[in-house]
Design a protein around this ligand. Structure first.
Ligand SMILES: NC(=O)c1ccc[n+]([C@@H]2O[C@H](COP(=O)([O-])OP(=O)(O)OC[C@H]3O[C@@H](n4cnc5c(N)ncnc54)[C@H](OP(=O)(O)O)[C@@H]3O)[C@@H](O)[C@H]2O)c1
Length: 201
């Protein structure tokens, strides 16, 4: 498949690129700093662009089978509309280009429950933007999946538990490698269309 990755320089995005290449996919990494991604004769195309710019996204994403987005702000406590703005630009570009399949990374803190409410309050600026992103995605008319993991780790496993519409029970962390595996599995296996999916270790 031809996959278009937004956020490919991030810790989860890098995992998606590596695993997608290992699975035999062609990958386009849409990044703001191409120098931070090395391509070694792989089917990897790196395109410099602004993830908030619909036209730049539209021009770069022609003829792709699916789009994955793992954007995240570097400063979670500051007000930001980055996720919302990028979701709007991405979904509009996808609707114009004919790419239908979108898998985005969100957060388990949006599920109900007291610990999630506390996390959402502490990171309220980030969570407000993340929820706005989810709303744009859900209203996009695309074949979307929203992945909601708990705290992300740099552990080495790629297995995960998943549950549509709720967090897996007693799942408090998940490796970024496993998030990447879930997002790629959802695309390859054509699963979780129009679903918010809780994922955890
Ligand atoms: N950390 C956790 O425990 C946790 C838990 C649940 C959910 N999540 C969600 O997971 C997501 C990603 O996490 P991560 O750890 O993989 O993130 P990360 O390593 O911080 O990567 C963030 C990515 O977003 C890009 N980015 C940030 N600001 C940007 C901007 N203004 N314009 C364009 N690109 C921008 C970065 O690009 P540059 O390399 O160019 O800066 C990078 O590719 C976050 O949205 C977060 O909500 C995180």
């Amino acid at each position: 498949m031809k996959l278009f990755v937004i956020g490919a320089t991030g810790r989860t995005g890098r995992e998606i690129v590596q695993q997608a290449l290992a699975r035999g996919h062609h990958v386009t990494a849409f990044v703001r700093s191409p120098e931070s991604i090395a391509s070694k004769n792989e089917p990897l195309t790196v395109i410099k662009g602004n993830a908030m710019d619909e036209n730049e996204l539209f021009n770069a994403m022609q003829n792709h089978d699916a789009v994955l987005s793992t954007l995240g702000p570097h400063e979670v406590f500051k007000p930001s509309s980055m996720l919302h703005d990028s979701a709007l630009a991405t979904t509009r570009a996808m609707n114009r280009s004919g790419a239908k399949r979108l898998v985005v990374l969100s957060a388990a803190a949006h599920f109900p429950g007291i610990p999630n409410r506390i996390a959402s309050f502490i990171m309220r600026n980030h969570m407000r933007d993340s929820l706005a992103m989810e709303e744009i995605v859900q209203g996009s008319g695309l074949d979307w999946t929203i992945a909601r993991p708990p705290r992300l780790t740099q552990e080495e496993y790629t297995t995960y538990r998943s549950r549509e519409g709720a967090a897996p029970k007693m799942g408090f962390t998940l490796a970024r490698k496993a998030v990447a595996a879930f997002m790629l599995d959802a695309i390859e296996q054509e699963k979780h269309f129009h679903k918010i999916v809780g994922i955890a270790k």
